[in-house]
Design a protein around this ligand. Structure first.
Ligand SMILES: [Fe+2]
Length: 318
């Protein structure tokens, strides 16, 4: 009897496949938290020499952006570090400019090395110093320049995958390399200088106990709205005191971390990474992780938590 039913079902599945339909009861795809992405680290001792070689091989103008993309080893061909996020290391040499363009994806910059560079966003020129976090809202004109004497390197974080998913990735070049002469300089709502962030972390660390998994962790907010700086990405800086041994934690937002200060380690699932300043690592969605700090650590991170919260998807477990 069962055999007859099974063969009837098999015949039925084949029949509807010809009409581009499939039976839901035969679906085998993953319907559980987590993604195909895996934990991975890009160490500054490896990435910096490669960035400097790229500087010899191509100009910022030729490249439009001289960026080494950090692609998750389990997501080959995507150019993404998680299924929803992009990360890249960008280098610009003294005297160079990266031409003006705009695109629908939102971008963040976390400055890793060098002084004297700026990013101009819709006519506002914002200085970039190590540890600063700069917001480039989607569809704003932006270019970068280096007026200093040394190379400047930063981490680019974008929500490109969202624009791609929705079929809404638009981009445009500005008619000239640089934006108009009306560039202003000053206290920008789009910049979070490191000295202010560090002072906030220090205040936090004096006013209460650290979180058992995150240490003291602040979430950057848009001063105009009080919400996240982006509709998709939430951005953080955390402080782990020397000797900190964090409890295991996981959440549904895959996150990209960049070490601003200090040395330590992170266990991600079955993998263990030692980290040092300017290393970048990724913790995929719903993967258990825990931090350990050898000395005082300041760690920057961004994730897709803003989008997940807006959609009601976000979960955590400690
Ligand atoms: Fe851009």
């Amino acid at each position: 009897m069962t055999a007859v039913v099974d063969s009837d079902l098999a015949r039925f599945s084949k029949e509807i496949a010809a009409l581009d339909m499939k039976p839901l009861w035969e679906r085998v795809m993953r319907l559980a938290p987590g993604t195909a992405a895996q934990g991975a680290i890009w160490r500054w001792q490896d990435t910096r020499p490669l960035l400097m070689r790229a500087c010899e091989l191509i100009t910022a103008k030729q490249a439009e952006r001289r960026v080494l993309m950090l692609e998750n080893p389990a997501l080959p061909g995507t150019t993404f570090i998680t299924p929803s996020l992009y990360a890249g290391l960008q280098a610009i040499l003294p005297g160079e400019t990266a031409p003006t363009h705009r695109h629908t994806p939102n971008a963040l910059r976390f400055i890793m090395e060098g002084e004297g560079a700026y990013t101009a966003i819709d006519g506002e020129r914002i200085p970039m110093r190590p540890g600063d976090f700069v917001v480039t809202p989607g569809w704003t004109w932006h270019d970068h320049g280096n007026l200093g004497t040394k190379p400047v390197v930063w981490l680019d974080g974008l929500d490109t995958a969202f624009a791609n998913l929705f079929g809404a990735h638009f981009r445009e070049d500005y008619p000239e390399d640089r934006q108009g002469a009306a560039q202003r300089e000053g206290d920008s709502l789009l910049s979070f200088p490191y000295e202010r962030t560090r002072a906030s972390l220090e205040r936090m660390s004096k006013s209460g106990d650290p979180h058992p998994s995150h240490g003291w962790k602040l979430r950057y907010s848009n001063p105009a709205t009080g919400g996240d700086p982006f509709p998709t990405m939430a951005v953080f800086m955390q402080w782990l005191p020397r000797g900190f041994a964090g409890h295991e934690y996981r959440s549904t937002d895959g996150a990209v971390f960049c070490v601003a200060e200090g040395q330590g380690s992170i266990a991600v699932g079955e993998t263990h990474f030692d980290f040092a300043p300017k290393d970048v690592f990724v913790v995929p969605s719903w993967e258990r992780y825990r931090f350990a700090a050898k000395n005082d650590c300041a760690i920057f991170s961004y994730s897709d938590r803003a989008a997940q919260e807006a959609l009601g998807f976000w979960r955590e477990e400690s």
